[in-house]
Design a protein around this ligand. Structure first.
Ligand SMILES: NC(=O)NCCC(=O)O
Ligand SMILES: [Zn+2]
Ligand SMILES: [Zn+2]
Length: 480
């Protein structure tokens, strides 16, 4: 029997804070309560009044991702190890088949790549084309492989973009299977057109990236996807919401009673679009990701929508490329591989800019860094909750600890840090994964292959509610 007693902390869940000890036995939380006694041979971790919270769940990462002619530098080991160093104990990554590639082939390939993961992980599967085999494979993935969410790229024309016909077919199939459709909302046709226009005007540097992806391009796609989901009575989750207009579209749909959910990235909350006007190509190109960083006003709007509940989850879209890879777009910004990092920094950025500013309570911090993602993707309360029976994935949080982010000291293999030079107050002192201390006071003890694949059951609670609503509103023929 392997046990760990975390003594003298303040346990924070999404619903409350309490002074309590946490006893972990064989990777699972065995007890949460006052003055727990340690079993023989238990490891004791003195929390000394620090917060004890669910380990973070990053619901949007891309490790070992072959994209735009290259591959991300973080594989599933280095990426999840970086996550553990920042208090994130689970990721949901993406299987992204090439158009015409059988979904199951891509899924098996990604499962193999992920075998080196140091933390638990799961997969959304992208629908990049449509056909009979896609319809069938979605069923296999849901029923046999525990996939309960499918991703749709509305951008990346001539690559992985899906058209409205595919969206409709896939959303409908997802609903029948009890799986959540998710969208990368950007109008790929408009992006393509604006990219050509920028280049025709002689704008070939990274400043062309945000100019070809204005907020309206994101909002149009989000509203289209939301409208399709409304007609089909399917829930929908919009990934990496970056603009006020898109967040407002989600808030409006929710106010109408639609089950629409939004994710915001730590980067979009604190980094603004001035980075693209930096004269150094390497610096500006390192920030090229889609949707791009926005003008400052959008950040305040995103924070407000996160506080108000229109946006429920925080992620990173961790997708790291190094300078040599970004250089592929030196003469043409549309060839710069899209992606930035952040899996190690997300929790501390959210605490520092969210809790320390009074925007979030510690419980709300737990909601947006783990519990809400666990609920939406049907991992709750196994994940996202400090309670008896949950996985012993925890972070011991030092609200007074400080850290200055830098590429030089990060655990990601990337050579850039979008939070470079930012000093945060509030950092993980210890991370516990499956009941084992994997990060302690700056020392990372991540183990390749220790992470487990997480199956996520279909038909989360929102599907029951949608089914009732659909039954009550079912069309009725007129008897003549
Ligand atoms: N976000 C980004 O720029 N790269 C990763 C792929 C995606 O999520 O769109
Ligand atoms: Zn995306
Ligand atoms: Zn992504």
């Amino acid at each position: 029997m392997k046990s760990l007693l975390i003594r003298g902390g303040t346990v924070v869940n999404a619903d409350r804070e309490q002074r309590a000890d946490v006893l972990c036995v064989n990777g699972v939380i065995a007890e949460v309560g006052e003055a727990l006694s340690a079993p023989m041979g238990a490891t004791i971790l003195e929390a000394g009044g620090q917060y004890v919270m669910p380990g973070g769940i990053d619901p949007h990462t891309h490790m070992n991702f072959p994209f735009m002619g290259t591959r991300t530098v973080d594989d599933f080991y280095s990426g999840t190890a970086a996550g553990l160093a920042g208090g994130t104990t689970s990721i949901i990554d993406f299987v992204i088949p090439d158009p015409q590639q059988p979904l199951m082939d891509a899924y098996r390939q990604w499962r193999q790549w992920a075998e080196v993961a140091a933390s638990d992980y799961s997969f959304h599967v992208a629908i990049t084309w449509w056909g009979e085999s896609v319809h069938a494979d979605m069923g296999t993935l849901v029923r046999e492989e525990g996939v309960n969410s499918f991703k749709h790229f509305m951008a990346y024309k001539n690559a992985i973009m899906c058209d409205d016909e595919t969206l409709v077919n896939s959303f409908r199939r997802a609903l029948a299977l009890g799986a959540m459709p998710t969208v990368h909302a950007e109008n790929g046709e408009l992006v393509f057109l604006l990219q050509q226009e920028m280049k025709a005007q002689g704008i070939t540097g990274p400043e062309g990236h945000p100019l070809s992806r204005p907020p309206a391009v994101e909002a149009e796609a989000a509203q289209r996807a939301i409208a399709i989901a409304d007609v089909l009575n399917v829930p929908i989750y919009v990934v990496h919401v970056s603009s006020a207009e898109t967040a407002e579209a989600i808030a409006r749909a929710r106010a109408r009673g639609q089950r629409v959910y939004g994710e915001v990235l730590a980067g979009h909350l604190v980094v603004d679009d001035s980075v693209y006007r930096d004269p150094r190509f390497e610096f500006a190109a390192a920030h090229v990701m889609s949707p791009p960083f926005r003008a400052k006003g959008h950040q305040e709007a995103l924070w407000r929508h996160l506080q108000a509940g229109a946006l429920q989850t925080t992620a990173t879209d961790h997708c790291t490329f190094c300078a040599a890879q970004k250089a592929a777009g030196r003469l043409d910004f549309s060839k710069i591989p899209n992606g930035t990092g952040g899996v190690e920094e997300r929790m501390a950025v959210l605490w520092d800019a969210g809790v320390n500013s009074g925007r979030l309570t510690p419980s709300e911090f737990v909601s947006v860094t783990s519990a809400n993602a666990a609920k939406l993707f049907n991992l709750y309360p196994r994940k996202g909750c400090v309670a008896k029976g949950a996985d012993a994935d925890l972070v011991v949080w030092d609200p007074a600890g400080t850290k200055t982010f830098s590429a030089a000291s990060q655990h990601s293999k990337g050579d850039f840090n979008i939070f470079e030079g930012r000093t945060v107050t509030g950092v993980p002192s210890h991370t516990i994964s499956q009941g084992t201390v994997v990060f302690a006071q700056g020392e990372l003890r991540a183990e390749a292959g220790a992470g487990r694949y997480l199956k996520r059951p279909a038909f989360g609670p929102q599907f029951t509610a949608l089914g009732r609503k659909a039954a009550l509103a079912a069309p009725v023929a007129v008897a003549r």
